[in-house]
Design a protein around this ligand. Structure first.
Ligand code: HEM
Length: 451
């Protein structure tokens, strides 16, 4: 070829399936296995997929494609956040006014802001649901393949969830209105309750004694540079691990049913390791199933579904954003405390525990902020990270919904989820002025000077 750098346009040489003519580009509608494989190797984005995947791992009712949904939401947040970067000004004097401009002056600004905000809230929900599905299918367990380290993908996942929460929390402050200012005040005050070093930790978080310009610039840089890069890099590693682990855990169930097959050494091929060690191909045990009737081509089967999930997610958020207006309250005012002052909804279960564990016994007060805001979430995250090593169920329980061998732990996990959901509901809907409980249909009393 005259221009070697354009060689990706040329199909590789080799026998063609009858009636198949070379095409300059890869196709979503391959007419042979060969064309399907070519689509993977000649497209940068598709490189992350293997050429063939098991039919079982594509089933909607196995994964509900929640991981792909999370990735689609992340993509949408990057796409909608880009234009907002040109319009938002990260200064305490101008942040509120710039958001007001986006809301009322910029063409489609209000819709764009809603896409970003609705997408961010939904990403927290979808990533959490993905974690629940992975737990209930025991998908952090290794099955029959060699060299699997699914427990590490679970650990990466826990960090992805934490970073998703942080992304949302840092974005919360940016409008610099009362809602933002006091939600972040409540959130960061919890850090101040750590014994001995609390005030210093809070100071490090907000860049001073009070929430002000240094806080805004810290949260802004974390929100637009540090955390998106961290999530992007961890996501790439997450996907690489799925491949290294032989695909989703559903594959292992299939593989067990089909018994591992030994691939005989090839007498014609020779392998070298960086040209140092020479030898013929070793006998390998397939990591995944080798029966072809259980496999499908990644192009089009996997790619079509991934595209469908991505487009459906984008369509859903775009439609929702036309109906849901993003809130913008009065400009931030450190002198006027809203009553009640609430953390963002995904931290309200913690704020609820903080309230419930602040107990007075005579002259002694239990430090609820430390118990509920630091010790409990710290223990929970540590337990989550260590769980794959604590779960002693057999490997037959990997990739199976509600496996009998994991019945008890699934039940405890679901009870824990119900506990968190109930507290979130109480904090969001039932807490009123002075943090008193009100039924959803009860009217709140008028508080003088309440916003
Ligand atoms: C930004 C957040 C995340 C993204 C974008 C993401 C993306 C994905 C994707 C695309 C898959 C392929 C299967 C599927 O669609 O379900 C997957 C699998 C997996 N994810 Fe995530 N994930 C995220 C967070 C998490 C979390 C919070 C956990 C758990 C703590 C987790 C643990 C796993 C595991 C263990 C697998 C393999 C599942 C299996 O073998 O069935 N991920 N992830």
């Amino acid at each position: 070829m005259a221009f070697p750098f354009l060689s990706f346009l040329k199909r590789s040489q080799g026998p063609e399936a009858p009636g198949v003519h070379p095409q300059p580009f890869w196709s979503f509608r391959p007419r042979s296995d060969r064309e399907s494989g070519d689509a993977i190797v000649s497209n940068f984005a598709l490189h992350m997929f293997p050429a063939k995947v098991s039919r079982a791992s594509l089933a909607w009712k196995y994964s509900f494609w929640l991981g792909t949904g999370s990735a689609a939401l992340f993509l949408l947040l990057i796409l909608s956040g880009g234009p907002l970067l040109f319009l938002y000004v990260p200064s305490v004097e101008r942040a509120y006014a710039s958001i007001k401009d986006i809301e009322y002056v910029v063409t489609f600004g209000s819709w764009l802001r809603s896409v970003h905000r609705v997408g961010a809230h939904l990403m927290v929900v979808v990533v959490a649901l993905h974690l629940v599905r992975v737990f209930l299918t025991g998908a952090y367990k290794n099955g029959v393949g060699q060299g699997q380290k699914r427990e590490w993908n679970w650990v990466i996942g826990v960090f992805l969830l934490l970073f998703t929460l942080l992304l949302s929390f840092t974005g919360y402050l940016l409008p610099w209105d009362q809602l933002a200012f006091w939600a972040v005040t409540v959130g960061t005050n919890i850090a101040a309750s750590i014994p001995f070093v609390g005030p210093q930790v809070r100071e490090l978080l907000i860049g001073g004694r009070a929430i002000d310009q240094p806080t805004l610039i810290r949260f802004y840089v974390l929100h637009i540079v540090v955390l998106p890069i961290a999530v992007g890099a961890l996501f790439a590693y997450h996907m690489w691990r799925v491949r290294k682990d032989g695909g989703l855990a559903a594959v292992d169930k299939e593989a067990r049913e089909n018994e591992l097959q030994e691939a005989p050494a090839s007498s014609t091929k020779t392998y070298t390791l960086l040209g140092i060690a020479r030898g013929t191909s070793p006998v390998i045990k397939a990591t995944s199933i080798s029966r072809l009737d259980k496999m499908v081509n990644a192009v089009p089967d996997l790619v079509r579904r991934a595209n469908l999930v991505t487009l459906a997610t984008i369509a859903l958020i775009s439609i929702l954003a036309t109906f849901v207006r993003s809130p913008l309250e009065e400009p931030a005012n450190p002198l006027v405390t809203p009553n009640p002052a609430k953390a963002p909804w995904y931290f309200l279960w913690l704020q609820e525990i903080v309230t419930d564990t602040t107990i007075k016994i005579g002259s002694f007060t239990v430090n609820g902020a430390f118990v509920g805001g630091v010790v409990l979430p710290g223990l929970l995250v540590t337990l989550l990270i260590l769980w794959p090593w604590l779960d002693r169920s057999p490997k037959e329980a990997a990739g199976v919904w509600f496996a009998r061998a994991r019945r008890r732990q699934n039940l405890v996990f679901l009870l824990l989820c119900a506990f968190v959901l109930t507290l979130t509901f109480v904090g969001t809907v039932m807490r009123g002025p002075y943090w008193h409980i009100y039924w959803p249909w009860e009217a709140w009393p008028d508080i003088p000077g309440r916003l």
